[in-house]
Design a protein around this ligand. Structure first.
Ligand code: ATP
Length: 237
């Protein structure tokens, strides 16, 4: 079995009196795609925000054995975390290329940045075609491609993807998940948060089910796909 890349133990987070995460524990190993699935409001986005350091949390967050739970968000990027946020969060008044350059702002290795830019363009040729176009004028699917690419431009060890399927047509969703699989085959470790449990479980090595701030079930993606409780609650089967 590969090494543990991310380990989360007893993670807690609150918004005022709302206890959004009630002490969750899980891990992601090198080379895996791991999903967190769950209904609206279960705490999936909160988990990613806590890992990225965008909100305060309690508990342990370690990356390759190093406790990163108390360092600021930008330093977590330097340690190898990068997040593609829910709702994409591209900079609408900047061009595609400028958005990608923003993703590399922590780096100074010009040759490496150039190679990664070419790599993003070969993963998503549409972005190359629209290099000079303002990001706000892209379609939803293109913006999602840009958000993922921007996250890749910091050359992460662990890519955090928040709801990449949100609001997209099924064909585009399928394309995005194909790319996630391809990235993973090329060596990228991925922590994926999704309401689209079916798609997420299909591509994931392992997954955790989150319910109102607690993990209630975990297992291999394919096993959860055939789990009665998951099928009833999350797959509508
Ligand atoms: P969704 O798919 O809707 O994003 P989620 O599983 O990602 O759902 P979270 O967004 O993490 O869920 O929300 C977990 C809980 O925290 C919910 O009860 C939500 O209402 C609450 N919450 C999330 N963000 C805030 C906020 N900024 N202020 C107050 N409460 C919040």
């Amino acid at each position: 079995m590969s090494e543990i890349l991310l380990k989360v133990e007893q993670l807690e987070a609150s918004y005022g009196s709302i206890h959004a995460l009630k002490g969750i524990s899980f891990d992601v190993r090198e080379g895996e795609i791991v999903s967190l699935i769950g209904a609206n409001g279960a705490g999936k986005t909160t988990t990613l925000r806590a890992i990225s350091g965008l909100i305060a949390s309690k508990g342990l967050i370690s990356l390759r054995g190093e406790n990163i739970g108390s360092i600021p968000s930008y330093k977590r990027i330097l340690k190898g975390l990068s997040q593609s946020p829910e709702g994409r969060g591209v900079f609408p008044a900047m061009s595609v290329r400028e958005n990608l350059d923003m993703g590399a702002y922590t780096r100074s290795d010009r040759d490496g940045i150039k190679r990664d830019l070419e790599n993003c363009y070969s993963l998503f040729p549409r972005l190359k075609e629209r290099e000079k176009q303002m990001a706000g004028t892209l379609s939803g699917g293109e913006q999602q491609m840009l958000a993922i690419s921007r996250a890749l431009m910091s050359r992460p060890r662990l890519l955090l993807l928040d709801e990449p399927s949100l609001g997209l047509a099924p064909l585009i969703v399928a394309q995005i998940f194909e790319i996630v699989k391809k990235l993973n085959k090329e060596g990228m470790t991925v922590l994926l948060v999704e309401q689209n449990a079916q798609m997420a479980l299909k591509v994931s090595h392992r997954a955790y089910v989150l319910e109102t701030g607690s993990i209630t079930l975990s297992g291999r993606g394919e096993d959860l796909l055939s789990n009665e409780e998951v099928r009833r609650s999350y797959l509508g089967i």
